[in-house]
Design a protein around this ligand. Sequence first.
Ligand code: HEC
Length: 200
Amino acid sequence: MRRLRCALVLTVLAMSLAACDADAGAEIDAGAEIDAGAEVDAGAEVDSSPPAAVEDLDMRAEDFSCILDWPQVRRFRVTNLLGHLDEALAVAESPTGGTWPVGTVLQLVPFEAMVKRRSGWNPPSGDWEFFSLDTDGDKTLILDRGKEGVVNQFGGECLACHGKAEPAWDFVCEEDHGCDPLGLTPALIRLSQEQDGRCP
Ligand code: HEC
């Protein structure tokens, strides 16, 4: 409102000056128009939230790395590739759960991963993207990825299980968040992590 009034004052000023001196009026008027235009554009951008300004993590195969290098939380591994690791670890340690920050990568075993995308990317999966992975030496292969329909090596659909986690846990299953059990013992999970081919 203040900007609008300011633009109006400038225009009125320009018009009255134009009445006395045509040249001066033209100059001030042009200036006022450019300022007002720039302000309106900036406002419009904020309102429509362009994706370019929003943090997101669109993983490439080479962005995955040795999971033994990532902090371990109980049985799984966590990292954040957008610099929000402290926030992610705070959610991991919270007794009441929480929403994981964008850029979080979770892996229980080297052959599957959950990656937190930008807010609003896909609300039915809590903005998590699911990955079925394989490793070839120190390289990661993405076998499949997506919002739904991604299956693990036992033929189970990621979202079908992780979608059963109680809302407070943001699609993270662990042992007691409401998901169907995975059938992997802690010893097998540990062994699988230690055999991550991407680790030196
Ligand atoms: C049969 C149900 C089931 C299916 C299918 C399944 N998961 Fe899970 N997932 C679990 C359970 C249960 C855990 C916790 C296991 C534990 O901590 O011992 C888990 C753990 C995880 C974790 C560690 C964080 C967490 O939620 O505890 C990730 C990451 C993960 N799964 C990703 C996937 C991906 C990706 C897929 C599909 C490719 C998938 N899962 C398929 C049940 C499932």
